[in-house]
Design a protein around this ligand. Sequence first.
Ligand code: 13P
Length: 257
Amino acid sequence: MRKKIVAANWKMNLLQHEAATFMTSLSESSLSSSTGPDVVVFPPSIYIENLITLNTADVRFGAQNAYFKESGAYTGEISFGQLKSIGCSVILVGHSERRTEFSESPSVIKKKIDAALGNDFDCILCIGESLSIREMGAHLEFLKNQLLESIEHLNENQVAKISIAYEPIWAIGTGLTATVHQVNEVHDFLRSTLIDKFPEAGNNVRILYGGSCNEENANELFACLNVDGGLIGGASLDVNKFLKIIHAANEVSRIEH
Ligand code: 13P
């Protein structure tokens, strides 16, 4: 049985005092990854160190982005080594907002994955199709390519450090969640693609869903066979909503056991 992950992607939201208040509330909620899902928070990087200090809950902190070079003249960038030095060991890679707003190419994404693994980070690789690709009925082929172009070169041990987040672009921030049928189709397909390519690790790679996942729909999404949790944007900014989503993952895991 794969353990679920509930991850908060705050994107470029919340001021420092709001982030701190969130963390204090989360700390008071006595989360435990031994009984509940793994919880990861991806705040803006400038807050990570402070949040680690405030945190008394069983929560890990990840960065929304890092550069693949070790050090040097890369103005504005943060390296994996620097993140590691403040206690951060999880990274988001390939988010559609980075692919589109910041023109991140497949080759950059691949280099980031390699740098992450080289620095012993756990990685959440995001993939997702646009509405036009889905309307053409080409989403499965597209997703397979997007997945394999980033991880095909890895070995079984390396792929075990990766989780996948399926985030259909048309569902991100739109309030338009993929249906259970659509989610099952994609997640089952990604699972068989992973197992074909990585017969040992493929069944253990966790596949999260992201895209208008919230406290109301988390339960039915997390109950899908190959949905191993969620990557939450908007609904993760409100600690009560986020806690309800964690609770949903907890409930579903309990029933599955
Ligand atoms: P929303 O939950 O706001 O749709 O964002 C999803 C997402 O992009 C998480 O990475």
